[in-house]
Design a protein around this ligand. Structure first.
Ligand code: PLP
Length: 268
């Protein structure tokens, strides 16, 4: 059995966070274990409350999972506080599998999902093997401009230089060139000192249903990587999976705001 552990916040409306992760991991054929960092109150209209859990409770959950289940991939999303971030960092010292970090700092509705400066993510950046930023997150993490593909490539290179254990960066291109009808997602892999770039172009759909797309992307990428074993194949499958979910969800009427993705449909 293929096992992925997701560490993230709870979204009771089921659109983002741990709920989206479990659906994405399950619908792509892997088993999901889930550690909660914070309880949020949110729906398609936005986040109204965040209660981070005590770091010791986060650590206890991680230990409970890792001492019993044969986890090969850990996906990390909303971390809530710098204290929780430090705790996750120490809890994973002996973990030698893939760590996929979605460096989420803000919800798309603008609420801060971490209580500190972006640099507080350092203990996790120092362990991650894969990052899945969008261009805004890449810019925040590196302090470099990320408004063009070339600028994003430069910023990616600086992350590989700072974090030597980092093997891949999947840049979600939705926020680049937002007037363009095509989105370019970019995979950068770092192997033997050289950086390889793969770009996939796909259509930009007119849809209000995009809540939780970041969480879903990173979870699906973890799951596809677990199955195929390489970043390039996992990236291609993830972009196709996301394209399918967003396209099929264009007419869905779930909630009155930014609606969620539907991860599994019969007769798809
Ligand atoms: N809420 C939780 C609990 C999350 O973990 C995340 C992303 O990681 C979000 C919200 C952000 O999702 P969105 O930007 O789609 O609102």
């Amino acid at each position: 059995m293929k096992i992925i552990l997701t560490i993230a916040g709870s979204d009771p409306s089921g659109g983002a966070g741990i709920q989206a992760d479990i659906k994405a991991i399950t619908s792509t054929g892997s088993y999901a274990a889930a550690v909660i960092t914070a309880i949020t109150c949110q729906n398609s209209r936005g986040v109204s409350h965040i209660s981070p859990l005590d770091p010791s409770l986060v650590q206890n959950q991680i230990t409970s999972v890792l001492e019993d289940l044969d986890v090969s991939h850990i996906k990390i999303g909303m971390t809530a506080t710098s204290a929780i971030i430090r705790t996750i960092g120490t809890s994973l010292v002996d973990f030698s599998g893939e760590i996929i970090l979605d460096p989420v700092l803000q919800s798309s509705s603008g609420t801060s999902l971490v209580d500190d400066e972006p640099s507080c993510l350092h203990p996790l950046l120092a362990r991650a093997t894969v990052l899945t930023p969008n261009s805004h997150e890449l810019q925040t993490l590196t302090g470099l401009p990320c408004t063009t593909i070339q600028e994003c490539l430069n910023a990616g290179q600086s992350l590989f230089a700072s974090y030597t254990q980092l093997k891949a960066i999947c840049l979600k291109g939705g926020h680049l060139d937002e007037g363009n009808q095509t989105i370019s997602d970019i995979l950068l892999t770092h192997e033997d000192g050289s950086i390889k770039e793969t770009t996939i172009h796909h259509p930009r759909y007119q849809t209000r249903n995009s809540h939780g797309t970041g969480c879903t992307f990173a979870s699906a990428l973890s799951s596809f990587h677990l199955h195929c074993g390489d970043y390039s194949g996992a990236f291609t499958q993830t972009v196709e999976y996301m394209d399918c979910l967003v396209r099929q969800g264009q007419q869905d009427q779930l909630g009155s705001g930014t609606g969620p993705l539907v991860h599994y449909r019969q007769n798809r």
